[in-house]
Design a protein. Structure first.
Length: 148
């Protein structure tokens, strides 16, 4: 399976792609990030890299996945949420620890919590709130996050 990813910095009417614009309703920026992750590939990470998994997933994400009815799917959603937030911030995950972005997964809903450098980067762009959603598509999950 080939997985492609998409990142959109904002959803305004600016003529310059990637240039954030102000959302007149909130005064802040609107940014969108989308990611698709293959469930099988991401679910293999904890077993393949047991000593490094704590640098990718937070303790809360690991516990959530282990107790979920579909652990593999939960790992994939958490992973894709991190990638999607990096895209929404317009910088990817460069300079951000993976664990600075935490996902709380429920059926059809996604809560995203930022800390550390991810939170600092979002605050610098006046992004204070995040909403997210996800769905399963065959052997993959699609995650979309919007920051405002």
């Amino acid at each position: 399976m080939t997985v492609k990813t998409v990142g959109i910095r904002h959803a305004g009417t600016s003529k310059n792609a990637g240039t954030p614009t102000s959302d007149s309703a909130t005064g802040g920026q609107l940014c969108v990030g989308i990611d698709v992750a293959e469930i099988k590939r991401i679910a293999a990470l904890p077993e393949r890299y047991p000593d490094q998994i704590g640098s990718i997933f937070t303790d809360r994400e690991l516990a959530q996945a282990r107790s979920a009815p579909h652990p593999d799917e939960t790992y994939a959603v958490c992973f894709a949420a991190k990638e999607a937030v990096g895209k929404a911030l317009g910088t990817g995950l460069a300079g951000i620890d993976w664990t600075d972005i935490e996902a709380y997964v429920r059926p059809g809903h996604l809560e995203v919590i930022l800390s550390g450098r991810a939170q600092q980067r979002a605050a610098a762009d006046n992004i204070r709130a995040w909403v997210g959603s996800w769905c399963r598509i065959g052997h993959a999950v699609l995650v979309c996050v919007v920051g405002n």
